[in-house]
Write a protein that binds this ligand. Structure first.
Ligand SMILES: Nc1ncnc2c1ncn2[C@@H]1O[C@H](COP(=O)(O)OP(=O)(O)O)[C@@H](O)[C@H]1O
Ligand SMILES: [Mg+2]
Length: 323
């Protein structure tokens, strides 16, 4: 696969998803960029903004296996991972695989389940494997989680712990429809579908093997200059050095930014990363990895503010290749 073929496929994917999730192509593109590096995505925003719709549409269009788990306060780890049951007639234990044995796991309303259940996903998210009653099983390629959550101020939610947040490559705010025209288009689309869930009619526009080829091109076919690497490092270090920060983004965060910047470059048809790829995604990759000191957090300072400042403060590398 070459960059041109990649771009055409990516446009088909974005187009198919944007036919049901209307008016927000930037978020669709970022989600695709994350998926291309096996990145776990957390959609966080108020109810009714299309988070579940967007995740379901991805599950369909990518031609991958996908399962959906509705997280509830009584959901148990075994409901996600699976369990072993004793088979009397065979004299052995049999593994009943849970919904995590898939390619795309939609963890819907993840913050409605208690921490123990949320953390059952940690191993899968980080290592693409699960341990069930002491035995470890690898998950198929590709594997990533698309989770949705309402903002944590909402009642009855268990905020994701920092360790879990760090496992999400990006946190994306889907946002309200931007314009009156976009919102009109949403209503018109709903009228023409004649039903609430249009994703059941979506056909895959790509298959698993081709998607993996796209992933391999991102991994092996995109050049990142030392200047751009240094830009990522400086951004992360500036965020970390902020006096309002209790714990800043980890190297895992810096690597995440580098990885998704490569995917973003190819989505633009380039086989090299420019500082703009980094800038476009820095907020989505880094903001949720920042822990603010209690006294500032109390005043309403958030990770976004820190990353915004870091972006302002960090000199952008200039070079002929970036123009
Ligand atoms: N951008 C959008 N494009 C198309 N439909 C939308 C959009 N935003 C919301 N909707 C519609 O609003 C309803 C709520 O969407 P849903 O995905 O369940 O929201 P959430 O999971 O964010 O609470 C759905 O019927 C969906 O079709
Ligand atoms: Mg939902």
């Amino acid at each position: 696969m070459d960059a041109k073929e990649f771009k055409d496929l990516a446009e088909n994917i974005v187009g198919a998803i944007s036919s049901v999730y209307i008016g927000n192509e930037p978020v669709v593109r970022k989600t695709l960029a994350a998926a291309l590096v096996n990145g776990n995505v957390l959609f966080e925003d108020y109810p009714g903004l299309g988070k579940t719709l967007l995740a379901k549409a991805f599950g369909r269009v990518l031609g991958l296996k996908y399962t959906r788990v509705q997280f509830t306060p009584d959901l148990l780890p075994a409901d996600i991972l699976g369990t072993k049951v004793w088979r009397q007639n065979l004299g052995t234990f049999e593994l009943i695989k849970g919904p995590v044995f898939t390619n795309v796991l939609l963890a819907d309303e993840i913050n409605r389940a208690p921490p123990k259940t949320q953390s059952a996903l940690l191993e899968a998210m980080e290592e693409r494997q699960v341990t069930i009653e002491g035995e470890t099983f690898s998950l198929e390629r590709p594997f990533f989680v698309m989770a949705t959550q309402n903002p944590i101020e909402f009642e009855g939610t268990y905020p994701l712990p920092e360790a879990q947040l760090d496992r999400f490559l990006v946190r994306l705010h889907v946002g309200y429809p931007r314009t009156e025209e976009d919102e009109l288009a949403i209503l018109e689309a709903r009228l023409s579908w004649g039903k609430d869930d249009p994703t059941t009619d979506l056909k895959p526009v790509i298959d698993r093997e081709t998607f993996i080829e796209m992933q391999e091109l991102v991994e092996n076919g995109v050049y990142v200059s030392r200047d751009v690497l240094r830009y990522i490092v400086n951004l992360v270090r500036n965020a970390r050095a902020d006096s309002k920060v209790e714990a800043g983004p980890s190297p895992r965060g810096a690597i995440a930014l580098m990885k998704i910047a490569k995917a973003n470059a190819l989505l633009d048809g380039r086989d090299f990363v420019i500082p703009d790829d980094v800038k476009t995604l820095a907020m989505d990759v880094l903001a949720h990895r920042v822990v603010i000191k209690a006294e500032y957090s109390f005043e309403g300072v958030g990770g976004e503010d820190v990353i915004k400042d870091a972006l302002k403060k960090t000199p952008v590398p200039k070079g002929a290749e970036y123009e």
